[in-house]
Design a protein around this ligand. Structure first.
Ligand SMILES: Cc1cc2nc3c(=O)[nH]c(=O)nc-3n(C[C@H](O)[C@H](O)[C@H](O)COP(=O)(O)O)c2cc1C
Length: 322
């Protein structure tokens, strides 16, 4: 009998397993989101910085699967049409991260969807709860991509303690079933995984980036402002991007001033690297769980494997109880 793990979150989200695919910008497209949802989790398309053409194509690619969509909130503020496009498509949930959710709650609920707020601190969790979020994701800075300053292990129970009846999901540093089991033990009702699905068959990350991830380790990740500077994204204070360290992060760390002085030529060099999928210069966005990512199987295989591992880990066979 395959293992099952059920929490009240499963009923709220209409899923079989308490696993969510993180809305990774440009990486979690319609095929990956649909695969996770069809395997029993909730797949969430990464609407990211908000390209309407890309989002329209990826929503279509999800081919009717029950999915969610996620946005970077401070970018969505000037692009409300993207939210309308997603709600008109009939997404089950909208995930907002990195900004105030209050302005969006009524619109999302009015369309019959759930609002999931990804937060990086206890203060942000309080604000999202006050605004009426249906699910809180407590995201630690072990995560791949942007995150705040808090770590997952202490942040999750602190958010659980103030969340009342609102389910809390853990994110950041969860790469296999052991991490999911740990999240559940901390009081979370589920886990949201990004980096693990970056290294999957349906991920939109390039071949070279995925190959690099399966040989990399968490010691090699770094939080650096350099890729946001090169891409021209003006992130609000308090967030930083975790990627694998490479030639670009090292050059910037060694001489930030000369980097800034030559910004125009640095941007050209970066754009060429990005277009060519040159992983020594372009970002490979993965978190501290890199050590645990050694293959790139289909997402459905990962969901099944992670649920089985979590069920086994919850019985903690190496712990003697009396
Ligand atoms: C490649 C990549 C892109 C991401 N892009 C976004 C994004 O656009 N919006 C967002 O809310 N979170 C984004 N995240 C963060 C995830 O939502 C999630 O918090 C994180 O992946 C969880 O940590 P993990 O990578 O250790 O699983 C991204 C993460 C990765 C790895």
């Amino acid at each position: 009998m395959p293992a099952t793990l059920t929490t009240p979150l499963c009923e709220l989200l209409g899923i079989r397993h308490p696993l969510l695919l993180a809305p990774m910008a440009g990486v979690a497209g319609g095929a990956l989101a649909a695969a996770v949802s069809r395997a029993g989790g909730l797949g969430i398309i990464g609407g990211g910085y908000g390209d309407p053409e890309w989002l329209g194509a990826e929503l279509a690619r999800a081919a009717g699967a029950r999915i969610g969509v996620g946005f970077i909130t401070w970018r969505l503020d000037a692009r409300a049409a993207l939210l309308d496009m997603s709600l008109d498509h009939g997404v089950a949930a909208v995930l907002l991260s990195f900004g105030e959710v209050a302005p969006y709650v009524d619109r999302v609920h009015g369309a019959g969807a759930l609002l999931i707020a990804q937060v990086q601190s206890v203060a942000q969790a309080r604000a999202a709860l006050r605004a009426g979020a249906d699910v809180i994701i407590a995201q630690g800075c072990e995560a791949g991509g942007h995150a705040g300053r808090r770590a997952t292990l202490p942040l999750v129970p602190a958010v659980v303690d103030i969340a009342g009846n609102c389910p809390v999901v853990a994110a950041g540093g969860i790469g296999d079933g052991r991490g999911v089991a740990a999240a559940l033990v901390l009081g979370a009702q589920g886990a949201m995984l990004g980096s693990r699905f970056y290294a999957s068959a349906e991920s939109l990350a390039g071949e070279a980036a995925r190959a690099r991830v399966v040989e990399a380790g968490g010691d090699e990740t770094v939080r650096s402002p350099v890729f946001d500077v090169l891409r021209g994204w003006e992130w609000p204070a308090g967030y930083a991007l975790r990627t694998l360290a490479n030639e670009t992060t090292a050059r910037h760390a060694a001489a930030p001033d000369s980097f800034a002085a030559a910004l125009a030529s640095e941007r050209e060099r970066f754009a060429r690297a990005q277009a060519a999928g040159h992983v020594a210069r372009a970002p490979v966005i993965v978190g501290e769980v890199a050590d645990l990512l050694r293959d790139t199987p289909p997402a459905a295989t990962l969901v099944r494997r992670i649920v089985d591992e979590a069920a086994a880990a919850l019985s903690a066979p190496h712990v003697q109880r009396s």
